[in-house]
Design a protein. Structure first.
Length: 241
């Protein structure tokens, strides 16, 4: 499977060792700034390494963060792409069922629909989750609950594509920046339109094992993607209301 992530996102390497996590932090924040608070620096290294290991173990294909300027304001977002085995039968029925079931389970604060993509239907859900920040890691020294706008996309992958079994690719976007939601929706629309799957090798007899390409995301493009966009081109409404 391949897909193009917006140039605004920086990938978090998966499965890093402690030393690799240390070097990764240095590439993102100056050594002087990190060493000004040694205890906080070591805490960041430890947390990044644990997250990186957990992401690899969970079956993540990609994890990235975005810190950029949007209309003169700093904007923060995270993106996670995972794949899991999932037997679903018909992809259109599966996408519709997931959208209906998840909305019913989460209540009125969530909305969802089924969107067509170049590789099949996907269930798209938007809502708000509360992110808990303990007092010991809060800048104010107080315990906080930060509202996070979230978009979850579930894309069923048919049997025979990307391997022998059906599976589910999930895209999860979160941001605390309410006013920047449209920009992040545009990122997801472009990403979904860039997805391609590895097709089975037709030279192999039916039912025999077939090799699959590494599930590695493509690097961020330096020019806009020429992928065909979804027909309506509309971004989902902000989950903040």
């Amino acid at each position: 499977m391949e897909f193009i992530v917006s140039a605004g996102f920086t990938e978090i390497p998966l499965g890093m060792s402690v030393e690799e996590a240390r070097q990764e932090l240095i590439t993102r924040v100056s050594r002087e700034a990190l060493e000004a608070r040694p205890a906080a620096y070591e805490n960041l290294v430890s947390n990044l390494q644990k997250v990186s290991q957990a992401l690899e173990e969970s079956g993540a294909l990609y994890a990235g963060t975005c810190l950029r300027s949007y209309e003169g304001e700093l904007s923060l977002g995270t993106l996670l792409v995972t794949v899991t085995p999932f037997a679903f039968g018909d992809s259109a029925v599966a996408a519709d069922g997931m959208a209906r079931a998840l909305i019913a389970a989460r209540g009125d604060s969530w909305a969802g629909t089924v969107l067509g993509t170049p590789v099949g239907p996907a269930a798209v859900l938007t809502g708000v989750n509360s992110f808990h920040i303990p007092a010991e890691t809060s800048a104010s020294g107080e315990e906080l609950n930060l509202p996070m706008a979230e978009m979850q996309v579930y894309l069923p992958v048919p049997e025979g594509v990307e391997g022998q079994e059906q599976c589910l690719v999930s895209f999860n976007l979160t941001t605390p920046c309410e006013g920047h939601w449209d920009a992040y929706c545009s990122d997801i629309v472009a990403l979904l339109n860039s997805v391609t799957f590895d097709e089975p090798d037709q030279t192999f007899p039916q039912g025999s094992p077939q090799p699959t390409s590494p599930r590695t995301p493509m690097g961020s493009p330096t020019t806009p993607s020429t992928s065909q966009h979804h027909a309506d081109g509309a971004a989902p409404a902000t989950p903040f209301g």
